[in-house]
Design a protein around this ligand. Structure first.
Ligand SMILES: *[C@@H]1O[C@H](CO)[C@@H](O)[C@H](O)[C@H]1NC(C)=O
Length: 228
């Protein structure tokens, strides 16, 4: 009994000593990313009649892409979430104006560190689109999202969401992944050129990658996020 009391007393004394000397902070504080880090985000598109012979529309291309480095209090899009009005606009028409206004507002509020957008659609589905954003650890803006419409299509788009560029307290030097087919859940058309058919009620964003048309299991390309 006595022994236990002494142990507790010693432990308490050590804890006080650590707190006073700041040793605790030095030894137990987790590593964190610091400052800002610039990233080049690249969409390597690989969508053509060669890769998707059964579904590629002859005039296929992608709308002006938009990317952002943001904190968790901003979501550009995510599977299982309803498309925002701005993602609906991108996915259905390729118009990114609303998305970019939204990003500017979230940037002013401190949840988006930086964003960038292409000015023109690509000429076809096999181009490379490069954009640059800067992540900022001080505001927690250490994830990167991007979106661009697959044109023509009812509401199909491609991109990536909340890809972390700070892992285990270190800035990531390169992240990459497939660009696949996503359905915004707002238009029920089943083919690239189907007439508008509002999905009532709308559904959440879902993948149309692992089924037949339009993906036939072949991604539309891949993306990289490289520290520069
Ligand atoms: C494009 O996709 C095809 C089919 O999936 C693949 O064989 C080819 O290597 C890809 N090309 C590039 C440049 O990624």
């Amino acid at each position: 009994m006595m022994c236990k009391v002494v142990t507790v007393a010693v432990a308490a004394a050590v804890a006080v000593a650590l707190a006073v000397t700041g040793v605790e902070a030095r030894y137990y504080h987790p590593r964190t990313c610091s400052g800002t880090r610039k990233y080049e985000v690249t969409f390597y598109l690989n969508w053509s009649s060669k890769t998707h012979p059964k579904s590629y529309p002859s005039d296929g291309n992608v709308s002006p892409a938009t990317v952002a480095a943001h904190a968790s209090r901003y979501q550009m899009w995510a599977p299982g979430s309803f498309a925002s009005a701005s993602i609906k606009s991108v996915a259905e028409t390729g118009n990114a104006a609303m998305l970019r206004e939204e990003l500017a507002a979230y940037q002013a509020a401190g949840h988006v560190a930086s964003w960038a957008g292409a000015h023109e659609p690509t000429e076809d589905g096999t181009k490379t689109v490069k954009l640059t954003v800067t992540a900022d650890a001080s505001t927690g803006a250490t994830t990167v999202s991007g979106a661009t419409m697959l044109f023509p299509s009812p509401d199909w788009f491609t991109g990536f969401y909340a890809v972390p560029v700070c892992k285990w307290g270190r800035w990531v030097t390169k992240a990459s992944g497939w660009l696949t087919f996503w359905d915004a859940g707002t238009d029920g058309g089943e083919t690239h050129t189907a007439a508008d058919k509002v999905t009532t009620p709308p559904t959440t964003i879902f993948s149309i990658q692992n089924r037949d048309a339009p993906a036939f299991n072949t991604p539309v390309g891949y993306y990289t996020i490289k520290a520069v």
